[in-house]
Design a protein around this ligand. Structure first.
Ligand code: FNR
Length: 390
């Protein structure tokens, strides 16, 4: 294991797997001991009052999973295919998370190793703290590049061409982070990005071309939002690359439908882990409406609040094809580097398979809406479809 910097960690993380980790969710608890309090608050927090962070987690508790008996799942597996991921072993992928050296000196390099070792897909952030080419060399075959539009189209194109040349197999354009209001909790701790957490792939010379605000102008509308992506930017991006382009940060079904019509490969139903609009609904709450709107075949990813295989199962039942894991990745990274992330991914996969087997689902396609039950509803069996099983 590498020599771990004392600036990031209170105590050196263990060199092996901690016996205290019995399930993927345990990494959240253990990370509190491994991360300095301000860093922990920055990662755990969302925006403003963290309302949406809490909503993301609470939404999972509103669903139960229905067990089934006597199902033959001996041929079971978790394989799937997505645009930019022809052959995925399982539906748990690493979300794009900026500045991973905050959690561990090896940052994204360690996450990439873990993704490769566990046959997991990895989404690499524009704001990664290692060179995107170096990360691509370590990540497995399913490596996607998460793109933030840069202040100029030349700068965006330069980043896109680097990602293509490095062998990334899809582009994921994140659209829900134009305005970033820090979490009040993180602000109170006085968190500042340390010197080692640098977005090394972003050209610091590419400055926004913004006019100075005039009398009566809004700091938001005529300020920050001058640089925010618009529909013509998306059309431009789609014309620049042959890679599948996904959009991340969609909650409204009408946005999903419009993106589908525009030729986007699929969307990530996400509220940026509660780091965008504070007060946005839990992404789980929007998932089935988005699925209904785009139809059964269009690819949908999901993130926001995943902490267990049961959470993964619920997201798949409500319409996702696969899920992304954000904070849990940083927590596992802080506890045990690449080994921790690999262990966390393996635990999530095991936990998902346990749910599948107990719910009578041999494949991901078997995980349908009637496998889960909202807490407030009386269950009504769909007798016709069930007859097929016997
Ligand atoms: C993020 N997220 C994010 N998303 C993105 O598209 N680009 C990025 O650079 C980042 N950076 C980032 C940093 C940190 C510290 C966090 C916690 C999150 C959002 C991320 O991809 C994902 O949407 C959420 O993290 C999902 O919620 P959970 O799994 O963290 O609950």
């Amino acid at each position: 294991m590498p020599n771990l910097s004392s600036t990031v960690h209170h105590i050196p993380p263990s060199t092996g797997l901690s016996p205290e980790v019995r399930c993927a969710h345990d990494y959240e608890r253990l990370a509190e001991r491994c991360l300095a309090a301000p860093t922990h608050a920055y990662i755990a927090g969302g925006s403003g009052h963290d309302t949406t962070v809490a909503a993301n987690r609470a939404a999972f508790a509103a669903w139960d999973i229905c067990p089934r008996v006597l199902a033959d799942v001996r041929h079971g597996h978790t394989r799937l295919a997505l645009p930019g991921a022809a052959d995925l072993a399982h539906p748990v992928m690493l979300a794009p998370v900026a500045y991973q050296t905050l959690a561990h000196p090896q940052g994204e390099m360690a996450s990439a190793q873990a993704a490769e070792a566990t046959h997991s897909g990895m989404l690499v952030s524009t704001l990664a703290s290692h060179q995107l080419e170096d990360i691509a060399r370590l990540a497995g075959p399913v490596r996607w590049f998460q793109l933030y539009l840069q202040p100029t189209r030349e700068a965006t194109l330069a980043l896109l061409r680097r990602a293509e040349a490095a062998g990334y197999t899809a582009i994921v354009l994140t659209l829900d982070a134009s305005i970033q209001v820090p979490s009040l909790r993180a602000l109170e701790t006085g968190f500042r990005l340390p010197a080692h957490a640098v977005a090394v792939n972003v050209d610091p010379q590419a400055m926004p071309v913004s006019e100075p605000l005039r009398e009566g102008h809004s700091r938001i509308f005529q300020g920050v939002m001058q640089q925010a992506p618009r529909w013509d930017d998306l059309d431009w991006l789609l014309a620049q690359t042959r890679l599948p382009v996904w959009v991340k940060g969609v909650l409204h079904p009408n946005d999903a439908r419009a993106l589908q019509a525009r030729g986007v490969a699929g969307v990530v139903v996400s509220n940026h882990g509660g780091r965008g609009l504070d007060g946005a609904p839990a992404s789980l709450r929007m998932l089935s409406a988005v699925r209904e709107t785009v139809g059964p075949a269009w690819p949908l990813l999901f993130d926001g609040g995943i902490r267990s295989g049961a959470d993964v199962f619920k997201a798949l039942a409500l319409g996702a094809d696969a899920v992304l894991v954000g904070r849990l990745q940083m927590y596992a990274l802080s506890v045990a580097g690449a080994l921790g992330v690999a262990h966390m991914l393996q635990l999530l996969r095991d936990e998902l398979e346990i749910c599948m087997a107990q719910a009578g689902c041999a494949t991901l396609a078997d995980i349908q809406g009637d496998c889960v039950l909202p807490l407030t509803t009386v269950f009504q069996a769909r007798i016709t479809s069930d007859a097929d099983h016997h």
